[in-house]
Design a protein around this ligand. Structure first.
Ligand code: SF4
Length: 554
């Protein structure tokens, strides 16, 4: 080991989302009950806990209730708005049909509309009160290894060296040496990705699938949309081969929470979720709601949509995987926060048992996998285990499969236990097959209801110090110029919801010249580029601590 600062702890949680914080709270309460002192650290890349957290979100309180029962008297969690009424709309070009009933798994009565940013901030306060070191501005940039055992992580330094020059890499921060490293670094976590690849944790899992969620908060004139009303939509603006749907949630103070989820496994390489969101807002049913309204906030985040069979092995020597990083999301119920929290709590229980036994090897930590399989989280995901696979064949068959799944304990169309799924990159069509459609459908933003990507980035509060080295690593830009331009039409210009990638290539006499410009300062950390790039040559890594979006109330 070199001479960098070493901080030895019992457990480090990487990523300060609901999974890690619920896990840290559970671990601290177990230690307190056993009168054992533990050093527990939660690392978060944002300037404050919650700043990078974004979700719909209608919270299923099951995991939170379990946590509250352990915590005793604490300030109430920020459960903003109780759900008062629900609807499911199918949007056509000019109108909508309302479903006569809502499938039971999608019922939200008794749940609350929440801001996950505020929930995370609240969880971080509770964790800190229990003695957990919650460290903001601390991006974990590398795993530390002892052969095949993970021994901790390295925190990225600020992006500039002592002389003020930008660093080439961010691998010069303190080293957190931990008995157990718990990876909750979010969807397509940069360290989880490395751990899965090196340790083969995904060998028995299906190829993960993802979607991109785009969300805005709007200040409406009084009385425009009922408080506590929850609407989910299907249909327009998405073509039937693209998975996804929209939502409208009525929050207190006349705030409308509006969003659209768009599958990142669409066969169309020109799929642009931001453009689709603009078209969603222009729909004749949605647009009147936004008349004389004001945009308050914008954000985007990828979602793990693959379901139960995309969950990798959750433990290995010295490490556990939790939350979005482990693909814990129920696509049928459109929910993941409660599963993320539960996975963190189960991991904490397994970590505590391992600490008591002073043993952190693969066999010991596999107790977490066993506990997950015995939990309500697994049972819930099992009931929805084949949902996303059905949408591979379009919206109609996807809905039929999901409906059948409700009456067959989650089997759906499957005569086998797990319906097969194709890796997203293999579904992607060449641009020659889809270019004419793509050109027809871009919205020209009006700056009132629809916005260009840079205006929306402004509403995400995003800031990056531009003196640092870029955090979006493209392994070989000649692939972008010479292959991607012809084969897929440089989809990075479409899929990024923050206009980070600007391919400036021109073809002359059969030769392509120019360059890929990357405006990394616009990045809202959604991870889409790392997921969807057809050649898998883009790697997202955390920028310097504190940089990125500032999601307020999201
Ligand atoms: Fe998302 Fe990548 Fe664009 Fe950043 S650069 S906003 S991670 S797609």
């Amino acid at each position: 080991m070199d001479e960098r600062e070493v901080l030895a702890v019992d457990v480090v949680f990487v990523g300060g989302g609901p999974a890690s914080l619920a896990g840290a709270i559970r671990l601290a309460t177990l230690a307190k009950a056993a009168d054992r002192e533990l050093s527990i650290v939660v690392l978060e890349k944002a300037a404050a806990f919650g700043d990078h957290s974004l979700s719909g979100a209608v919270l299923d309180p099951r995991a939170l209730d379990e946590l509250l029962a352990e915590l005793g008297p604490v300030p109430p969690p920020p459960l903003d708005t109780p759900v008062a009424e629900e609807a499911l709309w199918y949007l056509t070009e000019h109108g909508r049909f309302q479903a006569p009933w809502i499938p039971p798994p999608m019922h939200n009565h008794g749940h609350n509309l929440v801001s996950v940013q505020r929930l995370v901030a609240w969880l971080a306060e509770r964790a800190s009160e229990l003695g957990v070191d919650c460290l903001p501005e601390s991006p974990a940039v590398a795993l530390c290894w002892d052969q095949q055992r993970i021994t901790g992580v390295q925190i990225g330094d600020k992006g500039r060296d002592a002389a003020g020059n930008p660093r080439e890499h961010f691998e010069l921060g303190p080293y957190i040496q931990a008995k157990i490293t718990i990876l909750g670094d979010g969807v397509r976590g940069n360290l989880t990705k490395q751990a899965i690849a090196r340790l083969g944790l995904g060998a028995s899992a299906q190829a993960p699938r993802y979607a991109l969620g785009i969300k805005e908060l709007w200040q409406l004139p009084p009385g425009r949309f009922p408080v506590g009303k929850v609407v989910h939509t299907l249909g327009v603006p998405l073509p039937t081969e693209t998975f996804g749907g929209g939502w409208l949630y009525g929050l207190h103070n006349n705030i409308l929470d509006l969003g659209l989820v768009v599958g990142l496994d669409s066969p169309d390489p020109s799929t642009d979720a931001h453009d689709a969101f603009n078209r969603f807002k222009l729909h004749p049913v949605i647009r009147p709601l936004l008349r004389d309204a004001q945009l308050l906030a914008y954000g985007a985040k990828a979602l793990p949509e693959g379901g139960l069979y995309s969950i990798p092995r959750l433990s290995a020597d010295g490490v556990l995987l939790i939350g979005d990083a482990a693909n814990m999301l129920n696509g049928l119920r459109l929910k993941g926060i409660h599963l993320a929290m539960k996975s963190g709590m189960l991991a904490a229980q397994a970590a505590f048992t391992a600490l008591q036994a002073d043993c952190y090897d693969t066999q010991q930590l596999a107790q977490y996998d066993d506990a997950f399989r015995a939990s309500w989280a697994y049972t819930e995901l099992y009931q929805a285990r084949n949902v996303h696979q059905g949408f591979e064949h379009g919206l109609g068959l996807g809905l039929m499969n999901a409906g059948l799944g409700m009456f067959s304990g989650g089997r759906g169309f499957g005569v086998v236990e797990a319906l097969p799924i194709t890796p997203a990159q293999q579904r992607l069509q060449k641009i020659t097959e889809v270019a004419p459609r793509a050109k027809q459908r871009r919205v020209i933003p009006d700056g009132v209801v629809t916005f260009d990507k840079l205006s929306d980035v402004f509403h995400s509060g995003t800031h990056h110090d531009e003196a640092q080295a870029g955090h979006l690593h493209v392994a070989d830009t000649s692939v972008c110029a010479q292959k991607c331009t012809r084969e897929y039409g440089n989809p990075c210009q479409y899929f990024c919801p923050a206009q980070v990638y600007r391919p400036n290539f021109i073809e002359h006499d059969g030769r392509i010249s120019g360059q890929l410009d990357i405006d990394f300062a616009n990045c809202v950390h959604c991870k889409t580029c790392d997921i969807v790039d057809p050649y898998q040559i883009i790697t997202w890594v955390p920028p310097q601590g504190g940089d990125g979006p500032v999601y307020t109330g999201m």
